[in-house]
Write a protein that binds this ligand. Sequence first.
Ligand code: FE2
Length: 224
Amino acid sequence: MTRYIEEHREVHQLFASHLYTCDLDDPFNELKDHKEDPGHVYPGEYWGAQQNSKAKIDNYNPDYRVLEKFPEIKEKILTICSDYLKGYFGYTKNDFLISTSWITITPPSVISTEHNHRGAFFSGVLYFDEYDEKSGRLVFVDPLTLLKPYNLESIYEMDRDKCWSYVITPAHGRLCLFPSYLRHKVEKNTSDVTRYSLAFNILPKGRWNVSDSDSMIDSEWFAE
Ligand SMILES: [Fe+2]
């Protein structure tokens, strides 16, 4: 029976979520030099802990357009993302834009709670700073988890196509790109150094949702 299963089987891995990574050879000094500027974003748990402070809330003015200040880095990231989306997925009828971008600050002992990025198509993170094994890894969670009515332990649960969560270790120059629906979190930063990363969202340009009739959007409608 086992032999029959191994010799005649075909396993169809349906409807994968695609995580793209690459390691860029760039010091990203501009981002490093501005990483302590005001307006950066704290993970949800830290922010929640601050909500008793009225002054903190009043002074909190997050900058979600950080990459507008660094056009060369923005162009570099966008080129990689566009090449991937067109080349791998075949989305050649659209160009793409970076809609929002922000620097996330994760102080020592802080985590980022699980979330996804709504209002976006793809999302990404660039690790422009320096990190070590205590900085806190990026953890992606299987979006089908909520649909699965069971939780069985498996000896293969670390395999990419069978795991319930998947981990990326931050390293200088590492770029990750993933569909915005994919929920993710950051493990506790157990180092004594604040962890900085650049997050961003991507939208298509031109016409999209074309086959959905009343959901169709043309970005030209909103061009100024
Ligand atoms: Fe995120």
